[in-house]
Design a protein around this ligand. Structure first.
Ligand code: ADP
Ligand code: MG
Length: 698
């Protein structure tokens, strides 16, 4: 019954079924049942505009549009409507997106109910992108007055499948299926956690009787979701540990000790020492190392990777270090090469632009074991690249690599190598627990000594002259600067133009021969990019104008100013990554965030956060709150994050108890054999079977 195709539901024909499938991923009755309202609203309450508190969460107003006009030009175009309620109160309603469609679908003079978050603009109440429904379609308040709001898409709305239509489908569906819904949590657990029966929870989430019942229903369904993810991750990890015998690196040997005692250019921080110990322990344990190494930009992950690679060498194995871009691979290569210069360690570089003759020799040297450490880009995972005995793989800045690519590297050996994933995108603990629940986590939570915190300021475009003045002073002192422009794929042409315009105005403000300005962007050939980067690294130019290609890893310690143009268009994590390009030397460094004068609330919050803190973890927390986890780098492919109801940011307490309950069960009865757990075992098996992402989590 629950598996019945959605077109068999009364009210869904073939055409609607197709839409539900393609737009919302609803294929079956079960999918619809688990398509929850993303919000519930109290439909028994209407506000007068004069009574609206601009700080209020969400309000509902009845009234008519007196006029609707397009305002502004090009990218700044918006739609502004005047909305008047029955008491004569007036409020502005503004849209920035979907303007054409909205203009067509609203008739001035018709009565509507609008619903949204009020705000204040120029001291007047305003609503941006509210939900709108003609008053005549507006359903009467239900029992309890609470009504579920379902997310739909523009396309669905245009075909009349809006939130209301979905609610009607749920009304048809629920009586048919609720009696078929099986419980999936043992009774003891439900009573301990104070959860509802599953069928009751499903009824209440769609059609709540009261606020209290609704919140119990949400808690129950969130718990169910988090509990099964945790259980699955534990299962994956246990299976891996049981089936994969890890290479055993028994000892640290001469290479490691020699390097540690005679070639380390600086004293390791305590955090670096600690994580090396953690990694070493895994390497000798007989289990495969699967560890995520988190450390803020500049925390010194590279040296950790090298030391661990030397342990592999000491045990007769080769290592591979994989970077997301050619520039970064090149840089790792140079850094590591020069660190082990006086040691009998052969380091090689393989990227897309390695020449054929070099490759041939390299392939041979890899297979006969002469190469100890291979550094490179995606080129490393090509099938042609074979190792004699690959024992250790480092994946740097892993968010650019998919899970599938990770597993291709594993296949290069009979016994999979140890894997260390390094990331500078700090992942809040709760998220790490969910997304990387099958990996162990090490954290470098300390920067090398002597770094001056970067000073960050926010400036409006109108203050560009002052910013340039400041830049001149810094250059006068012998420093260098980055100027970064956004390049976001959809609007690539426009962005490209911005970049070139910016470059021109900078060369005008900083004329040759006194100043030298370089430019680097994604459309350039790799060798041209490298040439320009090299010029910058060798101080032949003072300003590097670039797109985000320099985001990851680039290391030019003399660069002390980072100017980020249109900073409001970058996400927080990205801003933090960019800022991390400076502050690498002994000098005071600066990050200047340039934005237009008009900023959204969220944009302002991002600028403010950047100015307030240099702490990557704090920034990641704010980022997660602002954007939700779906956008965080690298998490898209994780599968574990396609949460239908739980919220990793807000539900940390519940996540913790779900994890504890799952741990308790798993530790005592990993096969789930106890009779109380039969429900759990069956449910887990059916979820894994239904959800391809879940079998891919490993
Ligand atoms: P990230 O973690 O961002 O990859 P890197 O490994 O590139 O950081 O290190 C950043 C800089 O800090 C490099 O120039 C490196 O030589 C230096 N560094 C790393 N560890 C230490 C340390 N313990 N003491 C002093 N400098 C260090
Ligand atoms: Mg790095």
């Amino acid at each position: 019954m629950l598996e019945s195709p959605i077109e068999f539901l009364k009210g869904v024909g073939p055409a609607r079924a197709e839409l539900l499938r393609s737009e919302l991923g609803i294929y079956t009755f079960r999918d619809l049942l688990y398509y929850f309202p993303f919000r519930h609203i109290d439909r028994s309450q209407f506000y007068y505009i004069r009574d609206i508190d601009p700080e209020a969460a969400l309000v509902q107003v009845r009234g008519r549009f007196t006029r609707i006009d397009s305002v502004g030009e090009k990218r700044a175009t918006r739609l502004v409507g005047s909305f008047q309620d029955e008491a004569g109160g007036l409020m502005e309603v503004v849209w920035f997106r979907g303007i054409t469609w909205i203009k067509k679908s609203i008739t001035p003079g018709t009565a509507y109910v609008i619903f949204g978050k009020p705000g204040l603009y120029k001291n007047r109440v305003q609503m941006v992108h509210p939900e709108i429904e003609p008053l005549e379609n507006f359903s009467k308040p239900l029992k309890g007055g609470l009504e579920g709001v379902y997310a739909t898409t523009e396309k669905l709305k245009a075909r009349k499948v809006d939130s209301r239509a979905i609610r009607k489908l749920q009304e048809t569906l629920l009586p048919q299926v609720l009696s078929k819904v099986q419980e999936n949590l043992p009774r003891y657990l439900k009573s301990r956690q104070q959860l509802l029966d599953r069928s009751e929870a499903l009824q209440q989430i769609h059609f709540p009787e009261s606020v209290e019942r609704l919140s119990l229903a949400q808690k129950t369904l969130k718990f169910e979701e988090l509990f099964y993810i945790q259980l699955r991750l534990m299962q994956v990890k246990a299976t891996r540990n049981a089936t994969i015998r890890g290479l055993v690196f028994k000892a640290v040997g001469d290479h490691f000790n020699n390097f540690f005692n005679h070639h380390l250019p600086f004293e390791l921080t305590n955090a670096q020492k600690r994580v090396i110990k953690e990694i070493r322990k895994d390497m000798g344990s007989g289990q495969q190392l699967n560890r995520l190494l988190q450390g803020d930009v500049g925390s010194g992950k590279t040296i950790v990777a090298l030391l661990c690679a030397l342990i592999a060498v000491d045990n007769g194995f080769q290592s591979a270090i994989m970077a997301p871009t050619e520039i970064l691979a090149q840089q790792h290569f140079e850094t590591i090469q020069s660190l082990v210069e006086d040691m009998p360690i052969q380091v090689e570089l393989l990227t897309g632009s390695s020449k054929a003759a070099y490759r041939r020799r390299l392939h041979a040297d890899l297979e006969n074991g002469q190469v100890h450490i291979l550094i490179g880009t995606h080129a490393l995972i090509e099938d042609k690249v074979k190792f004699q005995n690959l024992g250790f793989v480092v994946i740097d800045e892993q968010h650019r690599f998919g899970v599938a690519q990770r597993s291709r590297l594993w296949k290069k050996n009979a016994t999979p190598p140890h894997v260390l994933v390094m990331t500078a995108t700090p992942i809040p603990r709760t998220l790490a627990m969910t997304v990387y629940g099958d990996l162990d986590v090490s954290v470098i939570d300390e920067l090398p000594p002597g770094r001056k915190p970067i000073k960050t300021v926010h400036r409006f475009d109108s203050h560009r002259l002052q910013v340039f003045g400041f830049l001149k002073e810094e250059i006068q002192k012998g420093r260098q600067a980055y100027v970064v422009y956004p390049l976001i794929e959809e609007s690539e042409k426009l962005d490209y133009k911005d970049l070139m315009d910016g470059y021109e105005s900078i060369t005008r403000a900083f004329p040759a021969p006194h100043y030298q300005v370089s430019i680097v962007h994604g459309k350039m050939k790799p060798e041209d990019k490298d040439f320009e980067m090299k010029r910058f690294a060798e101080k032949q130019c003072q300003i590097l104008v670039a797109t985000t290609v320099i985001e990851v890893g680039v290391n030019v310690p003399n660069a002390s100013v980072m100017i980020i143009e249109s900073a409001e268009r970058f996400g927080l994590s990205q801003l933090h990554q960019l800022r991390g390009r400076v502050g690498r030397g002994a000098e005071q460094s600066y990050c200047i965030l340039m934005t237009g004068n008009k900023l959204s609330n969220e944009g302002r919050k991002r600028m403010q956060t950047m100015c307030e803190t240099n702490d990557g973890f704090r920034i990641a927390e704010v980022d997660l709150k602002l954007r939700g986890p779906g956008d965080l780098m690298g998490t898209q492919q994780s599968g574990a994050l396609n949460l239908s109801i739980a919220d990793i940011v807000k539900d940390t307490v519940l996540l913790k108890s779900a994890r504890e309950e799952a741990e308790y069960i798993f530790e005592n009865d990993p096969q789930l054999q106890h009779k109380d757990l039969a429900l759990v075992r069956m449910h887990l098996a059916s979820v894994i079977q239904r959800n391809p992402n879940w079998s891919r989590i490993s």
